[in-house]
Design a protein around this ligand. Sequence first.
Ligand code: NAD
Length: 427
Amino acid sequence: MANSRAINSRIANFRSYDVAARRAEVVRQTDLTDADIAVYDDGGLGIDQADRMVENVLGVIGIPVGVATNFTINGRDYLIPLATEEASVVAAASNAARIARGLGGFHVSSTAPIMQAQIQLVDVVDPAAARIRLLEARDEIMALANEQDPKLVSVGGGVKDISVRIISSPEATYVVLHLHVDVRDAMGANAVNTMAEAIADRVAEIGGGHVVLRILTNKADLRLTRARAVFDAELIGGPEVVDNLIHAARMAELDPYRAATHNKGIMNGISSVVLATGNDTRAVEAGCHSHAINADGIYSSLSHFEKNADGNIVGTLELPMPVGLVGGATKVHPAAQAAIKMLGVESADELAGIILAVGLAQNLAAVRVLASEGVQRGHMGLHARNIAASAGAEKHEIDAVVARLIADKSIRVEHAETVLAEIRTGN
Ligand code: NAD
């Protein structure tokens, strides 16, 4: 359900609020209640629920959930939950969203949510003719597959097309039928796998040979979501940083060594929202990385940054985004349900757009820092907080210890212990 109130995601000094005040602000602005947000108290998942989700359960693991602010997407403000163990991700995404906000925020769009399953035929004697026979039987194959999921068909989804590929090597030739299934608000893996298994025998009868694989492909290249935003040159740091940022982004387009790290930065944002909403991080990551192979067969940057006529940066991102609001853990995990309610999303499509916006924001923020001051300065403050805590500093002592560690340019636990002892004895 969409939030009943309009959200203003620009919240001054949200970082300096304590946890209770942040929760109160999110409850004030969204349809989440105090009780809803309290699911985050115990890691968001009870042991009994965990025991029903996977095998041989021992417990659950806590991951921080932070709220990214400043996001305007297709003209609407969102408060976005990010689940991540990595410092700086939430702050960086919020910061980049602020840089885009004055110039219209993020614009997102998606294709229809088409997932594909593959049915592999081996030992086919006449692969070219088998392909044509299968395409002739398109209507029969589609009807048989759709019979497996009347619920999906009733909400406007179901099989929309088939295609057939011939994959050859000197050792073997395979005829591979693809089912193209509109999965609506589902991630869709179970839905398409059920269909693929149900039609496999009939596909072998028509094509010849026998079936080996009948399974979803995570290369969800017919289910694409796109994001675009203009980032203000002045807020980025001025024309020199803009030009350096373009060079940094171009290197990621040309060089797989740089592209891997560039894309990891995008996934910092993407996987955090995917995880917070109970979606399948591995499915999304497999889809995104398989999409990073460019027309020359080289692993490349997933995003593009260009300088527009005004000297601002235009960032764009287009990725497979197989996420759902029904099925999987999204419906059963209480913290995932709270995340969906906080976002107020009504379709998988809308969620996918939010995820792309966060990925693009995260990417801009990371490349901007690399093209200007470098990552360590920002990281050091957070790193110093962790070191101060490791040295035993209490909440009221952390700021003083951090200030000394940074001033002394020595961010080590032993030094933090010395500083802490000095503070405590008043020396
Ligand atoms: P699912 O089968 O639990 O839910 C989908 C079903 O919900 C549909 O088939 C449909 O019958 C029903 N439905 C009701 N309302 C709907 C609506 N509005 N839109 C769409 N469907 C609606 O789950 P799923 O999404 O098919 O599968 C997701 C799960 O599969 C995830 O947990 C994922 O981790 C897992 N999985 C992934 C892979 C992979 O990525 N390779 C493989 C196997 C399983």
